[in-house]
Write a protein that binds this ligand. Structure first.
Ligand SMILES: C[S@@+](CC[C@H](N)C(=O)[O-])C[C@H]1O[C@@H](n2cnc3c(N)ncnc32)[C@H](O)[C@@H]1O
Length: 464
């Protein structure tokens, strides 16, 4: 059932327009409920497709499940066809942005991690396959004929994290990529290199934190970065072909590519969120569940791949200082700086969120050393949430996925805290979905979160 808000609002009184908006809310709630009743696993999605199509270009940590995001967006846009724009201020691997594209929306995404920006730019670009194939053949030829014995990059720890033979091969790929004149295709090559680096370095791939493999394993490991790169590039081209087919079948592509707007910004969302004219109709996002150093080290996971990529090709404003240490990106991320806000700000946070106050009171008794990090993180999160509330237009919808982690054995009720912080800003909770986390690595983000096996999808509407 589709309702057109535009026609609803035409000439209607304020009271009836509020009622109509509530009717739309109810239709969305019913739709979500009926999807859940028809298929109890729909939000868990065992048919999970993180490892399919463009979503496997690079294994970004804590990726959401594409089909789940697509279904959520569809559930809202089919009921409220005034929704034409989507924002994700914590874009990561662009799962919600690509899901927004599949629903024909104009997409606005931002993130603080340069690797997220590169990945998102590649995943949202509509590539000319013939051109990509031609340039790929040229690149592979260039790599295979390159006999130089010179290592293109130099950073602290290069010899620890890469065998010399691997560094020499990665250097040939870097030199070959630089010869390609098309920036979009170069970005596709860089992201293919990023995954090659992830798989050919001496880092164990089993965790998101950097952990060196045992010496014996490194010595016995025979890996060719060039062969790996070629294999991944061919796979990526196949994935782009099927992605293009999907966009074409939905008639979302014109002669200049995707018909709607795509904006991918390298931004710290605590400082700035881009607001298009008329505001955002729908926000779909998943924030970090705590500071990166104690939850998921998104920056650390990106550190080695980014060392091999020419950063200016990702975005002109990215500077080398983000790679000065393995934790530089994580320090700039939500909760990364351990500077306690003023008592006035903390008191205000506690007043807005009794759930935050309660859990901090409990932790003060058992683990007083752990309270500052949670307060700093929540304060940063609240700064972003307030900016999001400004960015979303009146009667726009917000879909947040969030999990409750444990700190010192105590559950941090991120879901309740998020609801309280948003409600204070005129954002009304419509419905909640609980989903199981199937991905083991995600569930066991680290020791303190071993019990995090579910997360919540919270759907809200901005009421004023
Ligand atoms: C849970 S992940 C998002 C995952 C994403 N939904 C996906 O499917 O890949 C959270 C993201 O927030 C980003 N982030 C953390 N602090 C940020 C900040 N201050 N500004 C912008 N992005 C930030 C991280 O870099 C990370 O990519």
């Amino acid at each position: 059932m589709t309702l057109n808000i535009a026609s609803y609002n035409n000439g209607s009184s304020k009271v009836s327009s509020i009622r109509k908006q509530e009717d739309i809310d109810n239709l969305i709630i019913k739709k979500i409920a009926s999807l859940t009743i028809n298929d109890s696993k729909i939000w868990t999605s065992p048919k999970y497709d993180r490892s399919k199509n463009v979503h496997r270009f690079f294994q970004y940590p804590a990726m959401m499940v594409p089909i789940v995001q697509q279904t959520l967006i569809e559930s809202i846009t089919t009921v409220d066809n005034s929704v034409t724009t989507i924002l994700d201020p914590f874009m990561g691997s662009a799962t919600s942005i690509v899901a927004g594209m599949m629903n024909g929306l104009s997409c606005y995404g931002q993130d603080i991690n340069p690797l997220s920006i590169l990945l998102s730019k590649v995943k949202t670009h509509y590539f000319d396959i013939e051109e990509v194939s031609k340039r790929s053949i040229e690149l592979i030829k260039s790599i295979n004929s390159d006999e130089r014995l010179c290592i293109e990059k130099n950073f602290r720890g290069i010899d620890k994290w890469f065998k010399v033979s691997v560094s020499l091969e990665l250097s040939k790929i870097v030199r070959g990529i630089r010869k390609c004149e098309d920036i979009e295709i170069r970005r596709l090559f860089w992201i293919t290199l990023a995954e090659t680096v992830r798989l050919s370095s001496n880092d164990r791939t089993s965790t998101f934190k950097l952990h060196i493999r045992p010496l014996e394993e490194i010595q016995n490991r025979n890996i060719s970065a060039n062969e790996l790169f070629e294999k991944l590039l061919n796979r990526n081209i196949d994935d782009i072909v099927s992605h293009n087919k999907m966009l074409l079948s939905k008639m979302l592509v014109g002669k200049n590519g995707y018909k709607k707007k795509i904006s991918i910004l390298f931004k710290n969302s605590t400082e700035y969120i881009f607001i298009p004219n008329g505001g955002i109709d729908l926000l779909v996002s998943s924030p970090p569940y705590g500071d990166n150093s104690t939850t998921v080290p998104y920056g650390q996971h990106a550190y080695l791949p980014l060392q091999w990529i020419d950063l200016k090709d990702i975005d002109e404003s990215i500077t080398e200082d983000l790679l000065s240490t393995i934790s530089a990106i994580d320090r700039k991320s939500l909760g990364g700086k351990l500077i306690l806000p003023s008592q006035e700000i903390v008191d205000n946070l506690f007043e807005i969120s009794p759930s935050l106050r309660n859990v901090i009171e409990k932790l003060t008794v058992t683990h007083p050393d752990k309270t500052s990090k949670i307060i700093c993180f929540t304060n940063d999160l609240y700064i972003v949430l307030q900016k999001c509330c400004e960015a979303v237009r009146k009667n726009g919808y917000l879909v947040w996925t969030i999990g409750n982690r444990r700190v010192g054995g105590i559950e941090i009720p991120n879901n309740r805290i998020l609801i309280e912080l948003l409600e204070h800003n005129g954002i009304k909770l419509l419905t909640e979905i609980k989903r199981d986390i199937l991905n083991k690595r995600m569930a066991q983000r680290n020791r303190s979160t071993t019990t995090m096996v579910t997360e919540d999808i919270l759907i809200f509407r901005k009421t004023f």
